[in-house]
Ligand binder design. Structure first.
Ligand code: IVH
Length: 794
């Protein structure tokens, strides 16, 4: 063990190194050593301190982890009161503020020009951070106390908590700082820190925070500083309180001094002259607001000259020398008048908040989505409640919180309707199917659905809008309004009815004339030859998006196979889980859907590109995988492999499991597994199901073969391509489709794993990256040539 003196020297050396790294990392945002090196220094310090506990001081960086929990916070009296700021909402308010400042300073201001305009006042400008005000007291450079603002004259002692903030120096750097220095600033949480914290909260079953400010306040006011230490809090200095010693004569000068002593200040700090430049700063920050790493609710202007600040003094609890120029609020309070239910394309019945109209960030909001009933429960929402509405950027307004204190006595709970508000059919809660160990368990989903399907006008309209949309059948000119009109007048009761519309029927509709009618009918006619994938997507099967539709089309090759596929067979396809498999199966099992499908084919839909069962599918079925998928208790994948090797077919496996003698001769399976196998096939329902699934797999052209041959059938199997720039001969979507048909994956970004990049004119960073990584790059002509070659060979 090193002697105490050597240890003390090393400890002090380590502390300064760690403090310097912390400062560079958390304050300057310019890390100078890799994390591993930092961790090494930190662990060395921890070890030395553990050996020599008498050398541990409160300033040591190891002490940021948070000490013992408190029973309650102590009180702190602010020697210099912590005040608040007056607000400017409009530009005129700011001009008035500047006029008041200049009037207040009167003769102190030098005359500007011959016309007596008065010299412009210098202002210190900063963003107004949305967190909570905190005071930090340094004596002889050592952090001795941290406090909240409280009522402005008395706050809470949160010393143990502020010590855990990584960018709060426990010891000031350099020299020349006043003997007593109280700095003031905002503790806040960055947007990224907030998202990460909420993700953690949700993952651990906790309640997410409504916004970064609540999260910061909740994290700082913890009696257990270990909790605070685990939260991504940051500090930013914007001023001073009590001081014994000399400081610079201007606001900006003081902030620069604080920065020099290791305290974090705003990167957006700027000195300007006069009100016009203040407004320019406000607009500039306003434009960059969404790209800042943290939330702000305005900017703060302070008269820069400290002498002028003294001269101007205070009015009530606000300085006359500073003002907050606020951005239009993006959160407002309003009343929840009612909750109505909307029915979507797949029948999902979604609660929508009807609100007393309120201006939020310059827009009148009277509706907000509530997502689903779980969200209603999470918010604890009742009709009549006062709620907080948030509108961020262009995002749909959201209800973020209920102000429970304002709940009226006659508030009513929100109930999901038992009948669909549009068609009157039953509304049922969706079930989530989970299959494990051969058993299916059902749990309740968050979504409620109207069971009316296409007999429900709401679903019908949405289904048809989806059916004709660009990525589905792409019927040009058949917009939402026309679809609604066709459904409302009763001309269209299913997608199939689109194909029997006549000239007379359409031309008689409001808003249609001869030409528009002909155009619509021509567009409908032109849509009769979709690819199988587009058609499957167009059907609007719940949970089947474009990618799943493509997969189904590619793997199963025909509408007939997709229609008949058993859920167990569908789960053989990559990325199709039990739930989606059931959705697909149920969709095609529905007699109304079957009828519409039949009609579509009768009325002239001709699917393109139907073909054989794909290698991708036939090759991924092995007997071992089949046995594994049966989910027989105690038989995992290795057990399944052994069984497959020893039996060779399902029939042989069933026979063997029913014969105790051969069963006991099985190699590599323990007693429990053997018994489980016997029990499983003793149940006739299991035997029937397994045989049925096997029969279908065989029927679909599957043959047991080695796993190694998987997906080898296609020329570009296993390759990842990237498309960038513009192509002339085809759209990027079409190029993507063709590549996928050849087995390639098409990715959005270039990496070392990319096989080939197709770059048209206008290609930018992706092409640069490809060149940097020396990847093969094809121009459009070369790409078309390669496609033709591959397609010819397939
Ligand atoms: S100066 C006497 N500057 O806004 C001046 N405050 O509405 C006191 N705030 O309590 C405050 N960013 O929590 C100032 N750059 C900034 C600020 C700021 C955020 C908060 C602070 C204060 C509140 C006043």
């Amino acid at each position: 063990m090193p002697d105490v003196q050597t240890a003390a020297q090393r400890i002090s050396q380590l502390r300064s190194q760690i403090d310097a790294h912390n400062h560079r990392y958390y304050v300057l945002d310019e890390p100078s050593v890799p994390d591993a090196e930092y961790d090494r220094l930190f662990r060395e310090l921890q070890a030395l301190e553990a050996e020599h506990p008498q050398l541990v001081t409160a300033q040591s960086p190891t002490q940021r982890v948070g000490g013992a929990a408190l029973a309650a916070f102590g009180e702190v009296r602010h020697e210099v009161p912590m005040l608040s700021l007056g607000n400017a909402f409009a530009e005129d308010d700011l001009l008035d503020f500047d006029r008041r400042v200049r009037e207040g300073l009167g003769d102190l201001l030098p005359a500007a020009d011959l016309f007596g305009g008065g010299a412009p006042v210098e202002y210190c400008c900063e963003p107004k951070l949305d967190g909570l005000a905190v005071s930090l007291l340094y004596r002889d450079g050592v952090l001795v106390r941290g406090a909240t603002r409280g009522d402005g004259s008395t706050g809470e002692d949160i010393s143990s908590n502020v010590r855990t903030l990584r960018n709060v120096p426990l010891q000031l750097q350099g020299e020349g700082y006043p003997a007593v220095l109280e700095v003031r600033g905002e503790v806040f949480m960055s947007k990224a820190g907030f998202e990460a914290l909420n993700a953690r909260q949700l993952a651990s079953g906790g309640k997410p925070f409504a916004n970064p400010r609540n999260a910061a306040a909740g994290s700082l006011r913890q009696l257990d500083p270990k909790i605070t230490a685990s939260r991504p809090l940051e500090f930013c200095c914007y001023g001073i309180g009590q001081v014994e010693g000399e400081l610079a004569a201007t606001q900006v000068g003081i902030l620069q001094q604080l920065k020099g002593w290791g305290l974090p200040i705003s990167r957006e700090l700027k000195k300007v002259e006069g009100a016009e430049q203040c407004l320019a700063y406000y607009r500039d920050i306003g434009e960059r607001r969404s790209s800042l790493a943290y939330e702000i609710d305005g900017v703060v202007f302070k008269v820069n000259d400290i002498g002028y600040q003294r001269e101007l003094g205070f009015r009530a609890r606000e300085p006359r020398w500073a003002i907050a120029h606020k951005f239009p609020a993006s959160e407002e309070l309003t009343e929840l008048l009612d909750v109505e239910f909307q029915v979507g394309r797949t029948g999902a019945v979604t609660p929508v908040a009807r609100l007393k109209p309120v201006q939020v960030a310059g827009v009148t909001v009277s509706n907000a989505t509530l997502h689903n009933m779980d969200e209603v429960a999470r918010l604890g929402l009742m009709i009549g409640d006062t709620v907080i509405i948030r509108r961020a950027g262009d995002v749909i307004p959201q209800v973020v919180q209920v102000v429970t204190e304002r709940r009226p006595a006659d508030a009513r709970p929100v109930h999901i309707p038992e009948q669909c508000p549009v068609c009157g059919s039953a509304v049922e809660r969706t079930q989530l199917v989970k299959r494990s160990k051969g058993r299916e368990t059902l749990s309740e989903g968050a979504v409620y659905r109207c069971v009316g399907r296409l007999s429900c006008q709401a679903q019908l309209k949405q289904a048809i809008i989806h059916f004709v949309s660009r990525r589905a059948l792409d019927i040009e000119g058949l917009g939402d309004k026309i679809v609604e009109q066709l459904v409302d007048v009763g001309l269209v009761a299913s997608p199939a009815d689109l194909f029997t519309l006549t000239y007379e029927q359409v031309v008689a509709l409001e808003g249609f004339a001869e030409l528009s009618t002909r155009n619509l009918l021509t567009a409908i006619d032109a849509s009769r030859k979709p690819t199988l994938a587009r058609f499957i997507y167009a059907l609007g099967i719940p949970d089947v998006g474009e990618e799943t539709a493509k997969l189904l089309a590619r793997a199963l090759g025909s509408l007939a196979r997709i229609e008949q596929a058993l859920p167990e067979v569908l789960t053989w396809l990559p990325d199709i889980g039990a739930e989606v498999a059931y959705e697909i199966h149920n969709f095609f099992a529905d007699s109304h859907n079957r009828q519409v499908l039949r009609q579509l084919l009768e009325r002239g839909i001709q699917l393109q590109g139907e073909g054989e069962l794909h290698a991708e599918f036939s090759a991924c079925t092995t007997l071992a995988a089949f046995i594994d998928k049966l989910q027989i208790p105690f038989i995992a994948s290795t057990g399944a492999e052994k069984l497959a090797a020893q039996t060779g077919s399902l029939q042989a496996l069933i026979e063997l499991s029913q014969d105790w003698l051969s069963l006991s001769a099985l190699k590599g399976l323990n007693e429990k597994a053997r018994q489980s196998l016997r029990d499983y096939f003793a149940n006739p329902a299991n035997v029937a199901k397994a045989c049925l699934v096997e029969a279908q797999l065989r029927d679909f052209g599957m043959h047991w073969q080695s796993q190694k041959q998987v997906i080898q059938g296609l020329p570009l199997a296993g390759q990842t391509w990237v498309l960038t720039g513009t192509l002339e001969a085809m759209s990027r979507d079409q190029a993507k489709q063709q590549l996928e048909a050849l087995g390639a994956k098409v990715a959005g970004s270039v990496s070392a794993r990319t096989h080939c990049v197709v770059a048209g004119p206008g290609a930018g960073s992706k092409l640069d990256k490809a060149t940097e990584l020396a990847l093969p790059v094809l121009d459009e002509a070369a790409f078309l040539e390669r496609l033709a070659e591959l397609q010819a060979n397939e």
